[in-house]
Design a protein around this ligand. Structure first.
Ligand SMILES: [Zn+2]
Length: 186
């Protein structure tokens, strides 16, 4: 059975999407992997695997969840402070569990990922995705500009000026509070 993903922001690259399994709702921290929206932890994991397109390759089980939580912590720290050496060590420790093998396919050169233990697959995939973002456009990895919001996104706007997880949520709230501050000053 497929469980609907209850998160406010989905569809970001998988490393940031993993961070976005934590969000705020009415001032309360929510965690897709810790019983948010009345889902069990494993149902939350199943919803996440479905959302990220990983459900066909990996199982929603307790071991996979533990490894994903390890990867989420490592990535959260690395994203929050790219100079944090211990965070890099943690990301590296996740990457240890998989490797990429070069392969020649019918379409030409390809890559095949291998895991010593498939329950590390989603965690490794998220960590690897973070490396790809860093190799591409690291300056476009952003946290929502709202102080009360914990969501992250990859800014793919042409000018690189995206500030909010979503205009409908945080963007409009910021606009409304600026407006409120202005009208109070008068
Ligand atoms: Zn936000």
């Amino acid at each position: 059975m497929t469980v609907a993903d209850p998160r406010p922001l989905t569809g970001e690259p998988v490393s940031l999407d993993l961070l976005n399994t934590r969000w705020m709702a009415d001032g309360e921290p929510q965690d897709l992997f810790a019983g948010a929206a009345g889902l069990t932890r494993v149902q939350g994991l199943a919803a996440w695997l479905e959302s990220t397109g990983l459900a066909a390759r990996f199982r929603a089980d307790a071991a996979t969840l533990v490894h994903l939580l390890t990867a989420r912590e490592a990535l959260a720290r690395a994203v929050a402070d790219p100079a944090d050496e211990s965070a890099r060590t943690l990301v590296d420790a996740v990457l240890e569990h998989g490797r990429i093998r070069a392969t020649l396919t019918s379409e030409g050169p390809g890559e095949r990922t291998e895991f010593d233990d498939p329950t590390w697959g989603p965690a490794w995939t998220a960590a690897r995705d973070y490396l790809e973002l860093l190799a591409g456009t690291p300056g476009r990895i952003r946290k929502c500009a709202s102080e009360t919001c914990v969501l992250h996104f990859h800014d793919t706007s042409r000018n690189g000026t995206r500030r909010w997880c979503s205009m409908a949520a945080c963007g409009n709230r910021a606009k409304a509070s600026r407006h409120y501050a202005r009208t109070r000053e008068r």
